[in-house]
Every structure is written in structure tokens, then in C-alpha cells.
Design a protein around this ligand. Structure first.
Ligand SMILES: *[C@@H]1O[C@H](CO)[C@@H](O)[C@H](O)[C@H]1NC(C)=O
Ligand SMILES: *[C@@H]1O[C@H](CO)[C@@H](O)[C@H](O)[C@H]1NC(C)=O
Ligand SMILES: *[C@@H]1O[C@H](CO)[C@@H](O)[C@H](O)[C@H]1NC(C)=O
Ligand SMILES: *[C@@H]1O[C@H](CO)[C@@H](O)[C@H](O)[C@H]1NC(C)=O
Ligand SMILES: *[C@@H]1O[C@H](CO)[C@@H](O)[C@H](O)[C@H]1NC(C)=O
Ligand SMILES: *[C@@H]1O[C@H](CO)[C@@H](O)[C@H](O)[C@H]1NC(C)=O
Length: 457
């Protein structure tokens, strides 16, 4: 008996040991693999890659060598039933440059099929099989947006006469900078202040002694006030204004906050047609102060960079807001419910004032045909940028949230900035005069870099 048991022991040892070893090996390999995967996204690395629950090709994010690849391109299903995400998913899929390289090229060439594609995804989601999606649960303002978000074909009411905005008569060189300012019919005072102050057109010198200047043009972007709400139709006044200044670009849609995106999209369309040689666009609101000479110097410096040829086609600079969450507080002007949009916003430059290249404006025009309208204008521009695989540059001299405490009181404060929000028409005029007065003393102060007395702001 003892011998038999002993033999059994040997068998056990011979058979089980390798099994146990193998099992341990598997566990070890498994653990190592898991750790590898997690350390792929170290918090210390420069580009914070958002963690996603869907499949994503390694390195697809921020990849420069390939065509645009926003993360949604890889998604097979939207999470939840957020309306905008559902609308955009088929578009992003169709134009996935890796899955369907031919669509990407075709989409740029053929407008008609592109438009029908947009409409198709729209009718698929809104009226899936006859049952109209219940949008009455969305807030009133969003409902109003959704009802019209398929339309972009609004009539142009006034536009500069066949030229790229108001400019100098004797312009000899291409326009360096086009100022495109969002305004409303009623903000005549703001427009007048801008025309007299930072929005003057013609040849403008730069800020620094030696920097070259450039030609500046100007155009105001506006839609229509509801004449019934206003009680009066002011289009005759506008006609006079348009004739006199030649800088009004107006379309026939209602001027509301959620319709602002249309101004960008229709502006790009107009720009692509009338401003072929314009180097840069400043797009901003009518309640900001802009240091135009500084912008000119800054842009001339960009053009002088050795890698300018490569960078200019993606060039956008402003106050960049990264990884913002949609505002979910119901009382906010920016309120976006989860049933409409889910996920973070892409990095975007605050809409108070942003500068981008003319080349980028034309690319934005083309790509915007593949992106469903979104009610918040600057976020929409960010969405288009992602799909171009372009990234806005942050510059601390764009103060879209005004100066940090006390900094404004410094003598040369306004010489250090490119833009500050928000200023009234009378302030705009006064500031422009002040800046002229201190021109000699402050000529050589550098632009704000956000690091003040050793402290990061
Ligand atoms: C894409 O286009 C190329 C030439 O334009 C053609 O040879 C190729 O078959 C097309 N691929 C698909 C998947 O249609
Ligand atoms: C597409 O639209 C652009 C202007 O937006 C126009 O110049 C071009 O001819 C159109 N292409 C086709 C194929 O219709
Ligand atoms: C719509 O209904 C038809 C049958 O009535 C069905 O074949 C089709 O798959 C449905 N489509 C969707 C998107 O549900
Ligand atoms: C849509 O939702 C509202 C509010 O929940 C409800 O009163 C209405 O009956 C719904 N309509 C349809 C067509 O389901
Ligand atoms: C600035 O201009 C002066 C003469 O006008 C010249 O001597 C100097 O080298 C220039 N400086 C730079 C940085 O171009
Ligand atoms: C946008 O403009 C259109 C056309 O005037 C209008 O019908 C719609 O109500 C506006 N949208 C919003 C959200 O106000």
C-alpha cells in the first residue's frame, strides 16, 4: 500500500507542478499586460488623453501625420441618446479617413451629396421610422434650435460691394487682417465706437518701432431683429449705414444667442468667395477692446517664422479653454442638457476674440459642411478644428475674462494685451485715445505672458 501511495505522489508532483507553474505564468503575464496598458496614459505626459470606453486606435489622438481623427470617428455607437451625438456619429463615420479614404476626398468635391448626407442623418434621428422623436422634453430654446438646425441657406441682405469688407481705396498689397465683428442691428453705438477706435481700416503700423505694418479691412456680421418684437423695421437705416460704410454683412435669420453659430458658418462661406488673399481674420464681439497694432506686429512675427509655411494653415490663437464640460445648470445662458449633447467639449478658443489664418478659414468653411450646427458658436468652431486635426494656440494676451486684479492699473497695461473683454462703446473710444497717448513710453513692453511677478495666473 505504501508503495502505491508513493507512486501516486510522484504522478501528482509530475503532473500538477507544471500545471500550477503554467497557471502562475498566465496570471503574471496578465498582470504585466494590464499594467502596461494603464501606464500607456501616464498623468505626467504632456497631452492628457481622455479615457474612453470605446475602442480607439493607439496614437490616434493628436496624430499629425494622418488626416483628422477625432475620437468619435472610432465609435460604433453613441452612449445614450444625446441628439447631437447621434446626428454627428454617421457623419464622422462616413468621413473616417482610415476606414473610407475615398469618402474624405469625394466629400470635398461634391457639395450636393454632402448636403443630402447631412439631411439624411438628420431625418434618420429626428423621424426614425415615422415616430417623430419627442423633442418637447428639451428646453424651449434648444427645441427652437433643433427645429432649424438643418438650415444654413439664409439669404444675404446686405454685403460689402463685391469686396472683402471696408478697406483703403489705394490698397496695394494683400490684406493682412480682416476684422470680422459680430454685432446686432441695434448695437449701432458699438459699431460706431469700433469704427472710430480699434477698427480703423487702411494701412496700419505695427506696435514696435521696426515691425512692418499691414492693410486692415473690416466687416460686421449681423442677422435680423424680429420686427414684430422691435415694433419697427430698421432695415432702411441699415441700408444707409451699409451704403455709407460698406462694412455690413447681414443675413436673413433671427439674431438670437443660439443662432450665433450661423454667423461663423455663413461668414466662412462669404470669406471663401470674396477674400482670397486675406492673410488673417480677427473674429470677435462688438464689446471688446483690441490692441490692433499689437495684433499686426504679432501676426507679422508669425509670418516671419521659419516654419510659417507649415503652421499658417492650422493657425488659430486666442484664449483657449480645454476639456470644458457642457454647462448643465438649467438657468445658464449656455445650458446644454445631456439629452442634447454628451461628453466634454473639444479645446476651443473663447469667442470674445480669436485670430485665425485665411487659409484656416477656408478649411473651416469646407469641414463645417460635415459638422452639424451646435448652439454655442465657439464650441462649434472647436468641433470643426478637431475634425481638421488643428489645435488652437493659447495666448495670455487675450483677456476674454478681463484683467486679473489690479493689473489694469499699470501704466502700460493696455500695451501688453491683444484683446480685453468686456468694454462699453465709450470705454473703447477712451482706451484707444489713452493707448495713443502712452505710445512712446510703452512702445517696447512685451506682450503679457501670464506669469506675473513669479506667480502663474
Ligand atoms: C478609392 O479610389 C481609388 C482611385 O481613386 C480606387 O482605385 C479604389 O478602388 C477606391 N477604393 C474604394 C474602396 O472604393
Ligand atoms: C461647391 O461649393 C463651392 C462654393 O461653396 C463651389 O465653388 C463649387 O463649385 C461647388 N462644387 C460643386 C461640385 O457643386
Ligand atoms: C423602419 O421600419 C421598417 C419596416 O417598417 C424596417 O424595415 C426598418 O428597419 C426600420 N428602420 C429603422 C431605422 O428602424
Ligand atoms: C413628449 O413628451 C411630453 C412630456 O414628457 C409628453 O407630454 C408628450 O405626450 C410626448 N409626446 C409624444 C408624441 O410622445
Ligand atoms: C531697427 O531699425 C534700425 C534703423 O531704423 C536698425 O538699425 C535696427 O537694426 C533695426 N532692428 C531690428 C531688430 O530690425
Ligand atoms: C434661428 O433663425 C431662424 C430663422 O430666422 C429662426 O426661425 C429660429 O427660431 C432661430 N433659432 C433660434 C434658436 O432662435
Amino acid at each position: 500500500m505504501a508503495r502505491v501511495r508513493c507512486r501516486w505522489h510522484n504522478v501528482l508532483i509530475c503532473v500538477c507542478c507544471p500545471c500550477i507553474c503554467l497557471a502562475l505564468l498566465f496570471v503574471y503575464v496578465g498582470v504585466v499586460l494590464c499594467m502596461e496598458m494603464n501606464t500607456g496614459v501616464t498623468p505626467g505626459s504632456e497631452n492628457v488623453v481622455p479615457r474612453t470606453i470605446y475602442f480607439e486606435a493607439t496614437g490616434s489622438y493628436m496624430r499629425k501625420s494622418l488626416a483628422p481623427v477625432p475620437t468619435t470617428f472610432w465609435k460604433l455607437h453613441t452612449d445614450g441618446d444625446s441628439l447631437w451625438n447621434q446626428l454627428q456619429l454617421p457623419m464622422d463615420h462616413y468621413f473616417n479617413p482610415i476606414l473610407y479614404p475615398n469618402n474624405t476626398k469625394r466629400g470635398f468635391k461634391n457639395n450636393a451629396s454632402l448636403e443630402s448626407l447631412l439631411m439624411e442623418s438628420f431625418s434618420d434621428v429626428i423621424n426614425s421610422n415615422g415616430t417623430t422623436r419627442n423633442i418637447t422634453e428639451l428646453p424651449e430654446q434648444i427645441q427652437e434650435f433643433v427645429r432649424h438646425m438643418h438650415r444654413r441657406d439664409y439669404r444675404t441682405l446686405f454685403q460689402p460691394d463685391g469686396v472683402c469688407g471696408a478697406g483703403a481705396q489705394d490698397q496695394k498689397k494683400p490684406t493682412l487682417l480682416l476684422l470680422a465683428i459680430k454685432t446686432t442691428e441695434l448695437n449701432f453705438k458699438n459699431r460706431q465706437a469700433i469704427r472710430r477706435a480699434w477698427g480703423q481700416v487702411g494701412w496700419l503700423a505695427g506696435q514696435k518701432k521696426n515691425s512692418s505694418g499691414g492693410y486692415v479691412r473690416r466687416v460686421f456680421l449681423m442677422a435680423k431683429e424680429d420686427p414684430n418684437e422691435l415694433g419697427v423695421d430698421i432695415s432702411e437705416l441699415l441700408e444707409l449705414e451699409s451704403k455709407h460704410y460698406g462694412d455690413i454683412l447681414q443675413w436673413d435669420f433671427k439674431d438670437t444667442f443660439f443662432n450665433l453659430t450661423l454667423k461663423d458658418v455663413l461668414f466662412w462661406n462669404w470669406f471663401s468667395q470674396y477674400c482670397p488673399w486675406t492673410r488673417f481674420v480677427f473674429k470677435g464681439d462688438d464689446d471688446v477692446f483690441v490692441n490692433t497694432p499689437n495684433i499686426i506686429t504679432y501676426l507679422q512675427d508669425q509670418l516671419k517664422r521659419p516654419d510659417a509655411r507649415k503652421t499658417i494653415k492650422d493657425f488659430m490663437v486666442g484664449d483657449v479653454i480645454a476639456a470644458a464640460q457642457p454647462d448643465r445648470s438649467i438657468k445658464s445662458k449656455y445650458f446644454i442638457p445631456e439629452s442634447f449633447y454628451k461628453g466634454k467639449y473639444p479645446a476651443y478658443a473663447g469667442g470674445g476674440g480669436v485670430v485665425y489664418s485665411g487659409l484656416l478659414a477656408k478649411r473651416l468653411h469646407r469641414i463645417s459642411k460635415r459638422v452639424h450646427l451646435f448652439p454655442i458658436d465657439d464650441v462649434y468652431v472647436g468641433m470643426c478644428m478637431t475634425r481638421l486635426n488643428a489645435h488652437p494656440i493659447h495666448h495670455p494676451a487675450f483677456l476674454t475674462f478681463d484683467f486679473p486684479k489690479k493689473e489694469e492699473e499699470e501704466l502700460c497695461a493696455y500695451h501688453k494685451i491683444l484683446l480685453v473683454h468686456k468694454r462699453s462703446p465709450s470705454q473703447i473710444v477712451r482706451l484707444t485715445a489713452d493707448v495713443k497717448k502712452t505710445q512712446m513710453q510703452c512702445r517696447d513692453v512685451p506682450l503679457r505672458d501670464g506669469v506675473e511677478k513669479g506667480k502663474k495666473t
